[in-house]
Design a protein around this ligand. Structure first.
Ligand SMILES: [Zn+2]
Length: 186
């Protein structure tokens, strides 16, 4: 397993639509293990394969369900499709590919998602709140959509300079990604 470098805003791969996974083999399971390890190393609550430059429809989420993060909802979603959305919620969102920027985003409160697990078995999940938000954010990544695309034009205008700076490779002060390639400790 390996920690992979997370691609940042301005990298064209983040704007591409990922392809369906058709082969559920050991190589897919290794790529999923790398995704999980990378998400943990970056302290993320979700990561899409697109964000490590792999254009296949795979995302992992690991969302705390209580303040201390003791109870968590962790899923690996292969070929996820959001079949149903209901009600709405607005909360602050960030993205490992857009360091230093956090903004309120409105999304569905409840979703039903159809997906396959890493063995290719079909499954359905009903999610609400934070888990629902994380899944919607990751499915957006698989379609080349970023959370800043969902902000009002005025807010996007306000963030333009910061986003342009990121796209030029200027990282926010204090940005320190984990060392790529390092194995997990114990
Ligand atoms: Zn993201």
């Amino acid at each position: 397993m390996a920690v992979l470098p997370v691609r940042l805003y301005g990298d064209p791969v983040l704007r591409k639509r990922a392809a369906d996974v058709t082969s559920f083999d050991g190589s897919l399971r290794r790529r999923i293990a790398d995704l999980r390890e990378t998400m943990a190393a970056y302290h993320g609550v979700g990561l899409a394969a697109t964000q490590v430059g792999v254009l296949e429809r795979v995302a992992v989420v690991d969302v705390p369900l209580d303040e201390e993060g003791i109870t968590r909802a962790a899923y690996t979603l292969v070929n996820p499709v959001i079949e149903h959305r209901a009600a709405s919620q607005t909360a602050e969102e960030g993205c490992l590919s857009i360091p230093g920027i956090y903004e309120d985003v409105t999304r569905a409160q409840q979703i039903r998602v159809r997906y396959q697990d890493e063995e290719g078995r079909s499954a359905r999940l009903e999610a609400e709140g934070y888990l629902s938000r994380a899944i919607q954010h990751e499915v957006d990544h698989l379609d080349g959509v970023l959370f800043v695309d969902r902000l009002s034009p005025l807010k996007r205008q306000f963030l333009r300079r910061a986003l342009d700076a990121l796209a030029r490779g200027e990282l926010p002060e204090g940005y320190a990604p984990p060392l790529a390639g390092s194995g997990g400790a114990s």
